[in-house]
Design a protein around this ligand. Structure first.
Ligand code: SF4
Length: 411
């Protein structure tokens, strides 16, 4: 791949200096931003949280990136994002996120437009050679931009293991499509999305990050770094590694690398500035925190367990619970990945191609990853639950979201 990614340390609280250093070490923005460029700076401003909480991109990082772009004097600059699904309604909306995070103040001070992308006009775009989304609606602001700079915050994630600059692009879709992408298979949907709105540059706010289920403040992780680079995939591989998570287990990184004829290989990335090994952390993935939430549910993972299986498993477990089988999940053992010699008896579900050697230990769902309905079937088989009732509960939930035309009702 041979891309350069820079890591800079925040010294004496000077976040702007760290951002400037990281951007400069990574090769600067001069090559991609011209005087005719329309630039969108896309932070992660998902839900109302205070600055520096690790939930949102730190406003000081947004400010530093915006100042660097302003110095290049492009045709236009917009800072834009939309609150995540479930956080955009009266009393908790995108404008509130802008205010609470300090981004409104930054935009006012710098004289830059701050745009609520949830209120933008949306255009339907056809995706060529799609994985799961053949059409997607995208905020016109993003489609009209020549350069998108993705500025996420360093976080692990329950569905996709990590949420960094590639996943951050979900903010340019309307709420219904954001929800839909979860149901379609989030890792694959992220790759489809980035085929039409791929950031031209990425700056990860790793000043303070979040692990697990983001139960502020317990899950905050002070890291004190900024990561920057021109290739969002390479930047995300470095960000993932910094959290102590194996980037090969993050499926959207793998799917995108495959699509682009490359591999997820840290060794192929030139790292400038601070050495990665010196700062490597041990963030819990959201899935690990999820396991802690269900102490009676015993998930046995091999090293190869990736977000493909864990993502679908989270959905399947949620639908089982909604169908009234929360108690039935207790004492259930679920095998994913390829653990060495799992010792299990009683209720056992074995999920995915990686675990096929253990399929005789319980109810097996084949596939890589298995289809959600096959996972539900295996879990129901192991727990003696009514499969049809769980599927009906799932379909009812989807019907409420999208109506009877949803293609997912046929999955
Ligand atoms: S079966 Fe496929 S999706 Fe599941 S853990 Fe193995 S590689 Fe990942």
């Amino acid at each position: 791949m041979a891309y350069r990614v820079a890591i800079s340390k925040v010294e004496k609280g000077d976040i702007e200096a760290a951002v400037r250093q990281a951007v400069s070490l990574a090769g600067g923005l001069e090559e991609i931003i011209k005087e005719t460029s329309m630039v969108l700076i896309k932070p992660n401003l998902g839900k109302p949280s205070p600055p520096g909480s690790g939930v949102l991109t730190n406003a000081q990082v947004i400010e530093a990136v915006t100042k660097i772009v302003l110095e290049l004097d492009p045709r236009s600059i917009i800072i834009g994002d939309g609150a995540i699904a479930g956080y955009d309604f009266p009393g908790s909306n995108t404008e509130e996120v802008f205010e609470a995070s300090g981004t409104s103040e930054v935009a006012r001070r710098l004289g830059v437009e701050l745009r609520n992308l949830n209120r933008d006009t949306f255009e339907e775009v056809t995706i060529r050679q799609p994985n799961v989304m053949d059409k997607v609606r995208i905020a016109r602001t993003a489609l009209e931009s020549d350069v998108i700079i993705s500025v996420p915050v360093l976080k692990s994630h329950i569905r996709t293991h990590v949420t960094l600059s590639l996943k951050n692009m979900k903010g340019v879709m309307p709420g219904a499509e954001k929800r839909k992408s979860h149901q379609l298979g989030l890792d694959l949907a992220i790759v489809d999305l980035n085929s039409v709105v791929r950031p031209g540059y990425a700056v990860i706010d790793a000043t303070v990050g979040m692990e697990g289920l983001w139960q502020y403040p317990q899950d905050m992780r002070g890291v004190g770094l900024v990561i920057a680079g021109r290739d969002a995939l390479a930047v995300d591989i470095v960000g993932t590694s910094l959290m102590g998570i194996d980037p090969n287990q993050v499926m959207h990184l793998n799917y995108l690398a495959q699509k682009e004829g490359t591999t997820v290989d840290l060794e192929q990335i030139e790292i400038a500035g601070e050495p990665l090994h010196k700062h490597r952390q041990h963030f819990k993935t959201g899935f690990q925190a999820f396991e802690e939430r269900f102490p009676g549910l015993h998930i046995i993972q091999g090293d190869s367990a990736c977000s493909g299986c864990t993502n679908e498993l989270v959905s399947a477990i949620i639908y089982m619970k909604e169908a009234g089988y929360g108690k039935g999940l207790e004492d259930l053992a679920v095998i994913i990945g390829s653990p060495s010699g799992p010792k299990v008896t009683g209720k056992v579900a074995v999920l995915g191609k990686c675990a096929k050697d253990f399929k005789d230990l319980g109810h097996y769902a084949a596939g890589c990853p298995p289809k959600e309905q096959d996972m539900i079937s295996a879990l129901c088989g192991a727990c003696a639950a009514d499969y049809k009732h769980v599927i009906a509960t799932r379909d009812e939930a989807r019907h409420k979201l999208w109506g009877s035309s949803s293609p997912l009702l046929k999955r």
